[in-house]
Structure formats: structure tokens, C-alpha cells
Design a protein around this ligand. Structure first.
Ligand SMILES: [Zn+2]
Length: 329
């Protein structure tokens, strides 16, 4: 068996697909349902990734054409970016949460930020220096390219608590909003296996940010989703990035603590004087020259913490000279 695929549980395979960006690998999962095949997530729609997927499937006796069901954990390019291509080859029934379908369509129709007054107002009010950074650079390189080829309308929507039978397996859907509004993890109850997408990564914390048109308190959603998955009995966790691991409750607690620590750090900064999200991000993440994408992610991840602090009554926000300014209560 080539190194690009490994059996992590009887009949459940981890497939490593290349990404032209960091993280450099996304793991998708192939499940032998004995008479049917299911795939969870797709990789990016590059020739390299598709060839790797095809080769990996062939090495265990199946083909992309033979896939019966395709689950998308969420709409992101490395998770759902090849879904239209896979659908074309296989006709697989493709499933995605409704809120993710809305994100897919937003991604497909989104113009440059400069053509979007709401986005410009959002950047300005949170102090993001749009004069310093070329605004067009805010679009990721893959957007509007072949690398993102998602199915615009899935065959079925995933909803919390759904049980999707495929062959002799049952895939249980757990809605875990936070990293994206309709993110779902897939639970195989009998096997005690949890396929977590980006929700519970072993080494990195997934990005949770507030953006124009995103839910207002995604970090609150993310933390609630961490508590939610802890109720399930799991022996093996299959993440989209990083190695498989065992203790999902421990990792969920670490992620909760990490964000609580960050929130406390930000509230300390606000105690000294009120600040906008960009200023708080500079204090927490530093002011060195970094690619704009990182600065943006830091700003809107900071904003997610500040919005959560407001919801929890630890901070409040007001408008001052065109800026949204946060302060402790
Ligand atoms: Zn993601």
C-alpha cells in the first residue's frame, strides 16, 4: 500500500492529499461500507490532489467512479473544493449542511472586497488599515479559480442528529458550528470513531473569526460545540490535519482553555484603555510585518473573542469616531 493511504480502523482509510498552501496536507477519509463506499471531504481541486485520491482509492480496490456517498464537513476549499469533480465522475450522493451551502454560493459569487461597501465598512470600523494593505490581496489565491470546484447545491442537507445509512455502516451527523457556521462532524457510533474535519485538530487551533455576514458570536458557538462533542463515546479521532488520536475530550478541553486564556489576555489589554479589534490583535499577536492574510486572520479572530466577551457581559462596545471600540465593564 503506498504511503498516501493508511487503514486507521478496519475498513476506514485515511487518505493524505496535497495542498498548495499551509497546512500542506488535508486528510480525507474513505469508508468501506461493504457493498458501498463513502468519502468524507474531498481535498482541493488540483490535478495533483485528484491523482493522489484516485491512486489511493485504487490501491484499496475501489475507484473515484465507485463512490456512493460524499460527506462535506464544511465548505472550505480543502474540504469541499473537489465535490463537483467527484460528483461528475461518480454520481455520489453529496451531503452538506445548509448553512455551508450558503457559504459555498457566497464564495462563488463574491466580488473583490473593494466592490463590496459592507466589507469595506466592516474593515474600517474594526481598525484594519486598508490603506496599508492592498485590499485585493484579501482574496485567497484559489478563489475564482478551478481549485475551488464545489457542488453548488448538495443532493441532501446534513442536519444535527441525522443518521445516514450507507451499506452496513451508520454515519451520525453532529452539527458543530464555530470554525464555519454549518460545520459537521461525522460519528460512527458502533465503531466509536469520530471524523472531525477542522473542529478538533490535534496540533493547531482552527481559525474562528467574525467576518461580514458571518454569525455574530462564532467563538461562543465553537466553545459550545466543543462541549457538545464531549458527550459522545469515542475511541478514535480522525482529524483533517495532523495525526489520528484517541482522547477527544482532552483535546476539546485544551481548545476551550486556550480560548479562555486568550480572552482573559485581551480583557487585560482592554482594562488599560478601550481599543478596537485591530489594536488588540497587534498587542496579542505583535506588529511585525506579516503577510496580510495573517494580519486579517489575527484581527478577526481577536474580534471573535471580543464579541464573545460582550455576549458574556465582560466587555461592551461602542462607536467612537467611526471605530467600534471595546472596553471592559
Ligand atoms: Zn476549514
Amino acid at each position: 500500500m503506498p504511503a498516501k493511504i493508511t487503514e486507521v480502523h478496519p475498513g476506514i482509510y485515511e487518505v493524505f492529499l496535497p495542498l498548495p498552501m499551509r497546512p500542506t496536507i488535508v486528510n480525507v477519509y474513505l469508508v468501506d461500507c461493504h457493498g458501498a463506499w463513502a468519502l468524507i471531504d474531498t481535498g482541493m481541486n488540483t490535478a495533483d490532489s485528484f491523482a493522489t485520491l484516485s491512486e489511493a482509492l485504487e490501491s484499496v480496490g475501489t475507484r473515484v467512479q465507485d463512490l456512493d456517498v460524499l460527506f462535506g464537513t464544511h465548505h472550505h476549499v480543502d474540504h469541499f473544493g473537489t465535490s463537483a469533480t467527484i460528483k461528475k465522475h461518480s454520481g455520489a450522493t453529496t451531503l452538506l449542511h445548509k448553512l455551508e451551502q450558503e457559504r459555498v454560493n457566497r464564495m462563488l459569487t463574491l466580488g473583490p472586497p473593494s466592490s463590496n461597501p459592507d466589507a469595506m465598512a466592516f474593515f474600517t470600523t474594526h481598525g484594519f488599515p486598508i490603506d496599508k494593505y492592498p485590499i485585493e490581496g484579501m482574496r485567497p489565491a484559489w478563489m475564482g479559480s478551478d481549485m475551488y470546484n464545489p457542488l453548488p447545491v448538495p443532493d441532501k442537507y446534513l442536519s444535527d442528529g441525522d443518521i445516514v445509512p450507507v451499506g452496513d455502516r451508520e454515519f451520525e451527523v453532529i452539527w458543530t458550528p464555530g470554525h464555519s457556521p454549518g460545520h459537521c462532524v461525522i460519528y460512527l457510533r458502533k465503531e466509536k470513531v469520530l471524523i472531525v474535519g477542522d473542529h478538533l485538530l490535534p496540533k493547531i487551533t482552527p481559525h474562528v473569526g467574525v467576518y461580514p455576514s458571518s454569525p455574530s458570536n462564532p467563538l461562543g458557538d465553537f466553545l459550545a460545540s466543543q462541549l457538545k462533542v464531549q458527550k459522545f463515546d469515542v475511541e478514535l479521532v480522525l482529524p483533517a490535519h495532523g495525526g489520528v488520536y484517541q482522547d477527544h475530550r482532552h483535546r476539546a478541553n485544551q481548545l476551550i482553555e486556550h480560548h479562555r486564556y486568550r480572552e482573559a489576555e485581551m480583557l487585560d489589554i482592554l482594562k488599560r484603555r478601550p481599543r478596537c479589534a485591530f489594536e488588540v490583535a497587534e498587542e496579542v499577536f505583535g506588529t511585525d510585518d506579516r503577510p496580510m492574510f495573517h494580519v486579517m486572520a489575527a484581527t478577526f479572530e481577536t474580534l471573535a473573542h471580543l464579541e464573545l466577551a460582550c455576549v458574556e457581559g465582560r466587555a461592551h462596545k461602542s462607536l467612537r469616531d467611526g471605530r467600534t471600540v471595546f472596553q471592559t465593564v
